[in-house]
Design a protein around this ligand. Structure first.
Ligand code: PEP
Ligand code: MG
Length: 580
């Protein structure tokens, strides 16, 4: 058995047969041609481009408009490239100059472009290299009459193993036959991750070495919740996972019973249990898991697709669809949190020394006010279609909040003067994800309608530990007394000023953290859909007094290790929480 650790990109546990999807580079022939053959070669190129474009049109036809507009904008940019006269003209010029066969000319051109983009530090540009690869392979397949293995034609249920899936391949695959994805490359913001979540397929990405270790027909178990893959898992692992899976299924069944029941403590205190989404397709799963609303819609995912930035109209449609689908339940949409590890075309030329401490989130928006106000207009226009709340990411001090609120006011004024309707009651809140915001939360609470604690970043900035760096991952500790004190102070300050506090980092969905957060007075938890049932079960089996007493004891402890051991013991004994 081989165990690999990657990035959990889409939740779920699944075992199945490996299908190694070889994204192999074709052996491209190279030979000289006579100048009289140039028109013939150009004719072959035109033919291959037309066929490749027809294939993409087919993929587009076979998918719902929602998936295309939210996860599949890249198909349009592939089409644009295939139909771009300049692209064809450049190849024709090289063909006349070099007098080599057209597949070689195309291959060399694309390779040079991909090398340039692929070696970039910027994840957005690296993703564009994947697009170029995708398009060029499609054209080469036609030029060389290569049979393309089509994931649309899969007849057996498999777990796809490969380097990465091209976006158009992910769109084309037969979703009923693909049980899971285990890929070498990719991260949470890659297309593969976005589409896997939208399709509800468990996925682990960033699994270094998986294509070397797994062979066709091998068995593989993937744990999309924790980002693990086991090639040819041994009996002990399988049996452990059978238990975990059985527990999951049992919980799923319990969920049907819990769905209609409120998330409230035994003594009747109502707690908000909401969901996090990246693309509108996830709404269905949230409803299925009993979410009472959306606590975090990461709107930047709309901006991470290749091609043009989404217009005000396109944004308004996407936000409106989510608001309508939630049928009056509250939907908190976070304004753009680009930068750091999430790059947009706008930021592509801004290589930074410390991107996580750099030009990101609200800082980016306040220096790109046109782009920010376009988003604000789209949000307010969509607000008539449901119950919208808006929140700003990465607020570090009161000036930023005041500036952002000023732009909100300007947007409202503009809409009023144009006679465009919007909901005057939209609440505007902030994320607390920098230590400075947590410490000054008493000041910020006077200006924000609500707080949502972003522990993913708060932990990173409080302990000074990059959340994506595996070398220091051991320091990334949600139960660090420093982190718990920041959370406690934020909740206390907010309540003293009469505003509610949510938490939307991964910690909200960690059942080990439920009681301590309840005891500290948290009002709302927002998490990915699949975590909701277990957290609800714990909330319903504890009283406020018990949780407060538990929190009091934890806050007296001085080290992570002591707190961690105490919490695990308590949660396993009292709430049957699985400890990994
Ligand atoms: C967070 O930082 O906790 C958060 C929810 O935002 P993101 O993970 O998108 O940075
Ligand atoms: Mg964050």
């Amino acid at each position: 058995m081989a165990e690999l650790k990657g990035i959990s990109a889409s939740p779920g546990i699944v075992t199945g047969k490996v299908f190694v999807y070889k994204d192999d580079n074709p052996q491209v022939p190279k030979y000289d041609i006579h100048s009289s053959r140039v028109p013939l070669e150009l004719e072959r190129l035109r033919d291959a481009l037309d066929k490749a474009a027809a294939e993409i049109e087919d993929i587009k036809k076979n998918h719902s408009r929602d998936i295309i507009s939210n996860g599949g904008n890249f198909l349009d940019s592939h089409l644009m490239m295939l139909r771009d006269p300049e692209f064809k003209e450049n190849l024709a010029r090289e063909l006349r100059d070099k007098l080599k066969n057209i597949e070689w000319i195309l291959y060399r051109n694309m390779q040079a472009l991909m090398d340039k983009l692929g070696s970039s530090e910027d994840p957005y540009l690296r993703e564009r290299a994947a697009d170029i690869h995708d398009v060029s392979r499609r054209i080469l397949n036609h030029l060389m009459f290569r049979e393309q293995i089509s994931l649309a034609d899969l007849t057996d249920e498999v777990i796809l193993v490969g380097r990465d899936l091209m976006p158009s391949e992910a769109m084309a695959m037969n979703q009923k036959k693909v049980l899971g994805l285990a890929m070498e490359e990719g991260g949470r913001t890659s297309h593969t991750a976005i589409l896997a979540r939208a399709f509800g397929i468990p996925a682990v990405l960033g699994l270094r070495g998986i294509t070397r270790l797994a062979r066709n027909g091998d068995e593989v178990l993937i744990d999309g919740n924790r980002g693990l893959a086991f090639v040819n898992p041994d009996e002990a692992t399988k049996s452990r996972y059978r238990k975990t899976q059985a527990l999951w299924h049992r919980r799923e069944e319990e969920l049907h019973g819990l769905n209609s029941l409120p998330a409230e403590t035994r003594d009747g205190k109502k707690i908000g249990l909401l969901g996090n989404i990246e693309i509108p397709e996830e709404v269905e799963s949230l409803r299925h898991h009993g979410a009472e609303g959306i606590g975090l819609y990461r709107s930047e995912f709309l901006f991470l697709q290749p091609g043009r930035l989404p217009s005000e109209e396109a944004q308004c449609r996407a936000y409106g669809r989510v608001l309508e689908a939630m049928e009056g339940k509250s939907v908190t949409i976070r304004t753009l949190d680009l930068g750091g590890d999430k790059m947009s075309p706008e930021m592509a030329d801004s290589a930074e020394r410390n991107p996580l401490l750099g030009w990101r989130a609200i800082r980016f928006c306040l220096s790109r006010t046109r782009l920010f106000q376009t988003q604000l207009r789209a949000l307010f226009r969509a607000s008539v279609r449901g119950k919208l709340k808006i929140m700003f990411p990465m607020i570090s001090g009161v000036e930023e909040l005041e500036e952002a609120l000023f732009l909100v006011d300007e947007t409202r004024k503009g809409l009023r003067s144009e006679g465009i309707p919007f909901d005057e009651e939209v609440e505007v809140g902030i994320m607390i994800e920098t230590p400075s915001a947590a410490v000054t939360s008493d000041i910020l609470a006077d200006k924000a309608s609500f707080f949502s604690i972003g522990t993913n970043d708060l932990i990173q900035y409080a302990i000074a530990v990059d959340r994506g760096n595996h070398k220091v991952a051991y320091l990334y500790e949600p139960f660090h007394p420093g982190v718990l004190r920041l959370i406690a102070a934020t909740i206390r300050n907010a309540h003293q000023r009469g505003i509610r506090v949510a938490l939307c980092g991964e910690m909200a969905g960690d059942p080990l953290a439920t009681v301590i957060l309840l005891g500290l007075g948290l009002d709302e938890f927002s998490m990915s859909a699949s975590s909701i049932p277990e957290v609800k079960k714990i909330i319903r089996s504890v009283t406020t007094g018990e949780a407060e007493e538990f929190a009091r004891r934890v806050m007296e402890m001085t080290s992570c290790r002591e707190i961690d051991a105490f919490i695990r013991r308590h949660m396993e004994e009292k709430f049957d929480v699985l400890s990994y």
